[in-house]
Design a protein around this ligand. Structure first.
Ligand code: SF4
Ligand code: SF4
Ligand code: FES
Length: 319
């Protein structure tokens, strides 16, 4: 097939380094991958294109790039999947990580976040003579997260990391889940406390699903984050803005059939958390000036009784 690769280039050694796009048109088999196409460009047209790869078999995780705006592994994305004959494919650096050169990203922030969740087993008591053996079921349960190849696709496209670099992010939280679920680990409570309380922890995920969509190994990081939330709540870690926010939303919709935004803000901050409540005051005043202040006393929706019945029916099923 005939294909044009529109490649994002960045050279830190130029006088004023900026991103530019260069187009390369090549003839290549339609079953070739996007990385085969870039390798061909590098071998036949422009030897200076910088890229990172190793296994070319979706195992090493080093070839994550953006293809037509979405993070993917260059080595397992076939050209035919992303363009027609004669089409253009835009290839860019992964998002949310600094760029070293062209398609090569600096993964230090990625690894710092992985390190921040203590990604190893912590155990009590004397070491066993041989191994710490557990049941097959408990180990099979870990397979989703264990399949992670640390490619960074999820981090690249995480919508929260785009606006808040302090968020631990999907890959690190999926790794954290792997240890909170491991029956051999004895630091679960400590892990919950950190992941639950810390700015940038489990409650900062907005459940946008992006990490689930782009992960090439079906780790489904968002699902893992939701499981940590659930387990942390069950273990009694509920004194956090994140949990209070969720509980307030649940209670107000159940009671009024719609969200009570005033109460949601106060519940999330904590009724006795005066500094945080004072922080909210300017937001309230600005909202009032724009005519956007939610009602002090909540309104009930016309269908609030029906909504309550739905809640009760679901709660009944869950018991
Ligand atoms: S679901 Fe959460 S962790 Fe995943 S991409 Fe969205 S905000 Fe990030
Ligand atoms: S969770 Fe998936 S997308 Fe994220 S680093 Fe691991 S394998 Fe890559
Ligand atoms: S080169 Fe190893 S995953 Fe693509």
């Amino acid at each position: 097939m005939n294909i044009t690769i529109r490649l994002q280039r960045f050279d830190p050694e130029t006088e004023k380094p900026v991103d530019i796009y260069q187009e390369y048109t090549i003839e290549i088999s339609e079953v070739a991958t996007v990385f085969d196409a870039i390798i061909k460009i590098r071998e036949e047209i422009d030897a200076k294109v910088a890229m990172r790869y190793s296994c070319r078999s979706s195992i090493c995780g080093s070839c994550a790039i953006k293809i037509n705006g979405t993070a993917k592994l260059g080595c397992n994305t076939r050209l035919i999947e992303v363009a027609e004959d004669g089409g253009i494919i835009t290839v860019e650096q992964v998002g949310n990580l600094p760029v070293v050169k062209d398609l090569v990203a600096d993964f230090k922030p990625f690894w710092d976040k992985i390190r921040s969740v203590t990604p190893y087993l912590k155990t009590d008591g004397p070491d066993p003579k041989l191994e710490r053996i557990d049941s097959n079921d408990s180990m099979s349960n870990l397979l989703t997260a264990v399949n992670c190849i640390m490619c960074g696709c999820c981090v690249s496209d995480c919508t929260v990391l785009k606006v808040d670099p302090t968020f631990a992010g999907p890959a690190a939280l999926a790794k954290a889940w792997r240890f909170t679920e491991d029956p051999r680990d004895s630091a679960t409570s400590e892990r919950f406390a950190t992941l639950n309380d810390a700015d940038g922890g489990i409650w900062d995920c907005t459940r946008c699903m992006k990490c689930v969509e782009v992960c090439p190994k079906e780790v489904a990081p968002m699902d893992r984050i939701m499981e940590i939330r659930e387990a942390a709540i069950k273990a009694g870690h509920t004194n956090t803005p994140g949990y209070r926010h969720t509980e307030s939303m649940y209670n107000s919709v159940k009671k009024n059939g719609q969200l009570d935004e005033t109460r949601l803000a106060i519940d999330s901050a904590g009724w006795t958390n005066i500094p945080r409540l004072l922080d909210l005051a300017p937001i309230g005043i600005a909202a009032m000036h724009k005519g956007k202040l939610p009602p002090i006393l909540p309104h009930k929706s016309e269908d609030h009784k029906k909504v309550k019945e739905l809640f009760e029916s679901v709660e009944g099923d869950a018991e």
